[in-house]
Design a protein around this ligand. Sequence first.
Ligand code: ADP
Ligand code: ADP
Length: 224
Amino acid sequence: MSELNLILLGPPGAGKGTQAERLQEDFPLLYLATGNILRAAVAEETELGRKAKEYMSRGELVPDDVIIGVILDQLRDEEASDGFLLDGFPRTVGQAEALDEALQDFGRTLTAVLLIDTPDDEVVRRISGRRVSVKTGRVYHVDFDPPKHEGVCDVDGSRLIQREDDSEETVRKRLAVYHEQTAPLIGFYEKQGLLKRFDGRRPPNEVHDHIRATLATLRLEEQI
Ligand code: ADP
Ligand code: ADP
């Protein structure tokens, strides 16, 4: 099959990062998670980090002109030529339009947009229990996916923290932003025939199995 060019769409805490980790084990995809890229920029105090920091801590989106160039530069890169997995981008119609234009320029197309549909009350439960390794970025949940030893990463024993923007108040704000600015992308990609929906309330392995089955069907359809 030609390359897999995928977008993971869904509210904060839907399980996009969790599924991305599994999908990268299945396929050689360049994984670009804008939240991770921006948090690294904030930690390194780069120009990008300086521009993004305040928006992120308020639970607002960073402006389109700050993020679009960063992602398109990486997609242009040789590393993205076997396929990519975008997590957290696009998050506005403006970003989606910029991505469409750029892909057209590169002579590439999207394979599918994977929507992990998860209701707001579940999102709040997930995000308030989310813990992240300071070093590996591996994500846990205090109840749904606890580490073997409390507060430390299974992979390398690094410390687990709660993200500053994972407080309940900021999560509510992020959800409002999602419904207002990101949810319109569902219709945007539905119109292009690219949207595939998954029930994000299911356990991680089930969601993963459903995604894999969908991608397998897409491959078969392409061969016919
Ligand atoms: P989540 O776990 O909510 O899906 P992310 O880690 O993807 O969160 O994003 C964290 C924050 O980074 C967002 O609340 C927003 O401030 C910023 N951000 C990430 N991706 C984008 C984007 N594509 N456009 C604008 N802001 C973004
Ligand atoms: P996102 O990248 O969409 O913000 P994450 O993958 O970080 O979401 O997941 C948010 C939290 O919910 C994490 O603590 C994760 O362990 C947990 N989680 C992810 N998927 C599921 C699921 N299907 N069922 C229960 N908890 C989940």
